[in-house]
Design a protein around this ligand. Structure first.
Ligand code: AMP
Ligand code: ZN
Length: 469
C-alpha cells in the first residue's frame, strides 16, 4: 500500500510503526456552525482511508478532535449571550448527525480542546524548560520557532524566506515577540472570554498546541498518519511538528496526508460571495450517500469542483450500484437452486478480479476514482450474468462482493425494505412465547433480527414497545 507523504513529496510504501496497527490523527472542525461541504471532504476521505486499512486487517486507532475554544465560537457566544460551551456542544451534536448521515464512522476518540487543558499546560511547560518557548511581559507564551531546526520541513519552506514575509504582519502584542516567526502557545484572556489558570496568566491556549497534546495522549508520541486539509500544512501542521518533536524528542508522524480543496462552480467557497453550502443544505436535495459518492469520485489530492451537474452524475452513479443490488435481492427471493453450478463457480472467480482491481487502485494512494470504476465494472458484470435461472449461492456471492467494496467506500447501497407493522408484531409475539418457554436463545435471536432490520425493542412494565431506528 502506497501513501503520498507531504513530508517527502512522494509516494511511500506504508509500513506501520507497530505490526498490524495504525495510529491515525485527523484534525477536526472548529465547532461554531454547521459543517460545510468543504469540511465534509476530509471527513469522508479519511474515513475511507480508515475503512480500507481495516479491510486490509489493520486495527486502526483513529483520533479526531473538536476545536471547541476559538475566536469564532466566542464571538457567536457573545452574540447569543450564552456560554461558549453552549455553542460548541450544539455544533458538536449537529456535526455528529451529519457524520452519521454521511456514514462517517465515529472516531475511536473525539477529544475536545477544553477537556485537555492540563496536557497543554504540561507540554508548554516542557517546551519552556527545554528552551523552545518563553513568556512575554503580558503573560503570552510563544514558541521560539528558530530553536527548532526542522522548521519548514513539511511545507518545504525556507525559514529565512518566511521571516521576510511575516515582518509586515505585526499585530498587538507581537512586539513582545523575540522573532516575528514565533507563534502563540498560550495567551492572556480578554474580558468575557473563557479562561483557565496557568503558571503564566489566566488565559487560553493557542490553536496549534491542542493537536500535539491530544495526539500524544490518545495515540502516543509517535504516530503513523496525521491528516487534514491542505490549508493546514502551513502553519498548523508545521507548528504541530515543531511542538511535538521539540517536546518529545522523537519524530511525530511518519506519514502526512492532505486532501485538496473543494470549490464551488470553480470558485473558492465563500459565505460572503454566496457560494457556500452546509452539509445540511445538501441533505435537503440529495441523500448524503450521493455527496459521499461525489467526494470519492475524484482522487483526494486533486481539487474537486462542486456543481449541480456533477452531483446529478454522482446521483446516477450511486443509483446504478443501488439498482444492481436491489435487482440481485429480487432474484434472490425467487432463486430456485441452492447449489452453485460449475459455470457459476467460474464466473465468481472472474468477479474476484474486480476486487483485485479495486484493491490495486486503493493501494495506489487511495485512488477512489479508480476504485469506484472497479465497482462499476463489477456491477456491470453482475447485471450481465445474474438472471432468473441463477442459483442462490451465486447471486449471494455477487451481492456480497458489491456490498463489501461499497462498504469500504462507506457507501450504503442496499436499501432495506421497511418492515411491515404486522410482521414486527408477529416476531415480538414469537419472542414473548420463546421467553415464556425459557428459550432465551431464540428470544435473543429475534431481538437481533429485528435490530438488524432497524427495529429497536424496549421491554417496559406495560409490555414490549418498539420503534424504528
Ligand atoms: P476548520 O474547521 O476550518 O478547521 O476545517 C476542518 C477541516 O476541513 C480541515 O481539515 C480543513 O482543511 C478542511 N477544509 C476546510 N475547508 C475545506 C474545503 N473547501 N475543501 C476541503 N477541505 C476543507
Ligand atoms: Zn490539528
Amino acid at each position: 500500500m502506497k501513501i503520498y507523504n507531504t513530508l517527502s513529496k512522494r509516494k511511500e510504501e506504508f509500513e506501520p510503526l507497530e505490526e498490524g496497527k495504525v495510529k491515525m490523527y485527523v484534525c477536526g472542525p472548529t465547532v461554531y456552525n454547521l459543517i460545510h461541504i468543504g469540511n465534509a471532504r476530509p471527513m469522508i476521505v479519511f474515513d475511507t482511508v480508515r475503512r480500507y486499512m481495516e479491510h486490509k486487517g489493520y486495527e486502526v486507532n483513529f483520533v479526531s478532535n473538536f476545536t471547541d475554544v476559538d475566536d469564532k465560537i466566542i464571538k457567536k457566544a457573545i452574540e447569543e449571550k450564552v456560554d461558549a460551551s453552549v455553542i460548541s456542544e450544539r455544533y458538536i451534536a449537529e456535526c455528529k448527525k451529519d457524520m452519521q448521515a454521511m456514514n462517517v464512522k465515529p472516531a475511536t476518540t473525539h477529544p475536545k480542546a477544553t477537556e485537555e487543558i492540563c496536557g497543554m499546560l504540561d507540554m508548554i511547560e516542557t517546551l519552556i524548560e527545554k528552551g523552545h518557548a518563553y513568556m512575554a511581559q503580558d503573560g503570552t507564551v510563544y514558541y521560539r520557532t528558530r530553536s527548532f531546526k526542522g522548521y519548514g520541513k513539511l511545507s518545504h519552506k525556507n525559514i529565512d524566506e518566511l521571516q521576510g514575509g511575516n515582518r509586515s504582519l505585526l499585530v498587538t502584542g507581537e512586539d513582545q515577540k523575540e522573532d516575528p516567526l514565533d507563534f502563540v502557545l498560550w495567551k492572556p484572556k480578554k474580558d468575557g472570554e473563557p479562561y483557565w489558570e496557568s503558571p503564566w496568566c489566566k488565559g487560553r491556549p493557542g490553536w496549534h498546541i491542542e493537536c500535539s497534546v491530544m495526539s500524544k495522549k490518545y495515540l502516543g508520541e509517535e504516530i503513523d498518519i496525521h491528516a487534514g486539509g491542505e490549508d493546514l500544512i502551513f502553519p498548523h501542521h508545521e507548528n504541530e511538528i515543531a511542538q511535538s518533536e521539540a517536546a518529545n524528542g522523537k519524530p511525530f508522524a511518519k506519514y502526512w496526508m492532505h486532501n485538496a480543496f473543494l470549490n464551488i462552480d470553480n470558485r473558492k467557497m465563500s459565505k460572503s460571495a454566496g457560494n457556500f453550502f452546509t452539509v445540511r443544505d445538501i441533505s435537503e436535495k440529495y441523500d448524503l450517500q450521493v455527496l459521499r459518492f461525489f467526494m470519492l469520485s475524484a482522487h483526494y489530492r486533486s481539487p474537486l469542483n462542486f456543481s449541480g451537474e456533477l452531483m446529478e452524475a454522482a446521483q446516477n452513479g450511486y443509483d446504478r450500484i443501488v439498482t444492481s443490488v436491489t435487482n440481485l435481492n429480487y432474484l434472490l427471493e425467487n432463486a430456485a437452486s441452492d447449489t452453485m453450478s460449475e459455470e457459476e463457480e467460474k464466473l465468481i472467480q472472474e468477479a474476484k478480479g474486480y476486487i483485485a482491481k479495486f484493491d490495486e487502485a486503493m493501494d495506489d494512494d487511495f485512488n477512489t476514482a479508480d476504485g469506484l470504476a472497479a465497482i462499476f465494472e463489477l456491477v456491470k458484470f453482475a447485471n450481465t450474468n445474474a438472471g432468473d435461472r441463477s442459483g442462490r449461492a451465486f447471486l449471494q456471492a455477487l451481492k456480497e462482493e458489491i456490498l463489501m467494496l461499497s462498504d469500504i467506500c462507506g457507501l450504503i447501497v442496499e436499501k432495506k425494505q421497511e418492515m411491515l407493522e404486522a410482521d414486527i408484531e408477529a416476531l415480538i409475539e414469537e419472542r414473548q412465547a420463546a421467553r415464556k418457554a425459557k428459550n432465551f436463545q431464540r428470544a435473543d435471536e429475534i431481538r437481533k433480527e429485528l435490530l438488524d432490520r432497524g427495529i429497536i425493542l424496549e421491554d417496559t412494565r406495560e409490555g414490549v414497545k418498539w420503534k424504528r431506528a
